[in-house]
Design a binder for this molecule. Structure first.
Ligand code: ADP
Length: 239
């Protein structure tokens, strides 16, 4: 498998605080990587550096072999990166179709006409919302809002999808559905980095995990091995 994403010594400082400290991470095409770590360990900041929402203080970011260090979010999106957010960001007054149309039309490929309609339909279909395309987004239940957010992220046909606690807040039945949905996405060959606290989901979906603590990458490897690593266990216990 070829490398899709590489960070080299990526560092982000906020004043005197180093939120991400020299993180070097390589993600291959088609991988589903779990990004773990206690609260405040730098996971969201790292996702923001990868998506271009934040500029690194030091280090390099390579996507598809291209140097994207310091590139603005739209250029990174054009290179095939899309994300979901911890707090759902759908447009409640628009229909489901319109919600997906916005990122598809204004995304890196700027689709229009029939191609746009087809792409929107495919994304809604992928998340199981196709039959409700004309419904207003404000009428959706929480899991369906999450589904819609995923469809919005998929609208730009990304190569790398960043999921920020996409499974958080779901009840056990919904969680099961959510896991199945991510599995289906994985089958399409998309590469996923998921920040996730639900360990059952991490075990079910991620063959590999990376763990951060105080901004530093403290473990990276096969999930079983990583989760039983004493350094990782200690980080979670706050030692
Ligand atoms: P996590 O996602 O693992 O919970 P974050 O990346 O959100 O961690 O935060 C890492 C550290 O950086 C925390 O100490 C947090 O308070 C700090 N931080 C995050 N964003 C900012 C910001 N915009 N300004 C200042 N400090 C920040």
């Amino acid at each position: 498998m070829s490398v899709l994403l590489e960070t080299q010594g990526l560092t982000k400082r906020f004043g005197g605080l180093t939120a991400v400290n020299g993180v070097s991470l390589t993600v291959r095409r088609g991988e589903v990587l779990g990004l773990l770590g206690p609260n405040g360990s730098g996971k969201t900041t790292l996702m923001n550096l990868i998506s271009g929402a934040l500029k690194s203080s030091e280090g390099a970011l390579l996507i598809n072999g291209k140097d994207m260090t310091g590139a603005p979010p739209h250029r990174i999106a054009k290179s095939g990166v899309a994300r979901t957010f911890q707090l759902v960001k759908i447009l409640p007054s628009l229909t489901l179709e319109e919600n997906v149309m916005v990122p598809a039309a204004f995304g890196p490929d700027r689709l229009w006409g029939r191609a746009l309609k087809a792409q929107v339909a495919e994304c809604l279909d992928m998340v199981g919302l196709h039959a409700r395309a004309g419904q207003q987004a404000s009428e959706l239940t929480y899991i369906d809002q999450k589904r819609l957010e995923l469809a919005r992220a998929l609208a730009s046909a990304p190569k790398l999808l960043l999921l920020d606690e996409w499974l958080a807040g779901l009840n056990p039945t919904e969680l099961h559905e959510g896991i199945r949905l991510i599995r289906e996405l994985e089958q399409t060959g998309i590469t996923i980095i998921m920040v996730e606290h639900i360990m059952d989901a991490v075990r079910a979906l991620c063959p590999r995990c990376a763990v951060m603590n105080s901004g530093t990458l403290i473990a990276d490897g096969p999930t079983d091995q990583v989760l039983s690593d004493p350094h990782v266990v200690a980080a979670y216990l706050g030692e």
